[in-house]
Design a protein around this ligand. Sequence first.
Ligand code: HEC
Length: 117
Amino acid sequence: MSRVFLLIVACLIAVLASACVSAKYAFPTAGELEGSGRFDARQLESLEAGRVLAVVECSDCHRMYWPAEYSAEEWPGILATMGRRASLTEEEIADLELYFTVVAADSFDASREIGAR
Ligand code: HEC
């Protein structure tokens, strides 16, 4: 009986934890961001390019860092350094900067903006 209870508690914790984790680790696509109505076509293109660059270029040397792990103020400095390390162009760094600052910890609420939980 108490083992069943523990199992139920464990499941509840797992469900709650995954809800929090997916909000914190949101990596929304430009298509998802479009729904917020905050961005024009050029910005959406840049956001999509930034997301693709992040996925392709930013986990060669270490694990993927999620946008929500740093604030919009912290990302530009980090990306300037990491962009050089990854040998990216100024334009690519600008796309990454837009993406990471839009989705950064303090500027993005996944549940509000893209309906993710
Ligand atoms: C050529 C290897 C390399 C590539 C490519 C790279 N990084 Fe890094 N990154 C590092 C190293 C090495 C560190 C360890 C900390 C340091 O030396 O600054 C690091 C640290 C970090 C940190 C932690 C910084 C801190 O101050 O704690 C973040 C965030 C990060 N990288 C993000 C990125 C992003 C985003 C990209 C893609 C644009 C990227 N990295 C591409 C090598 C790389």
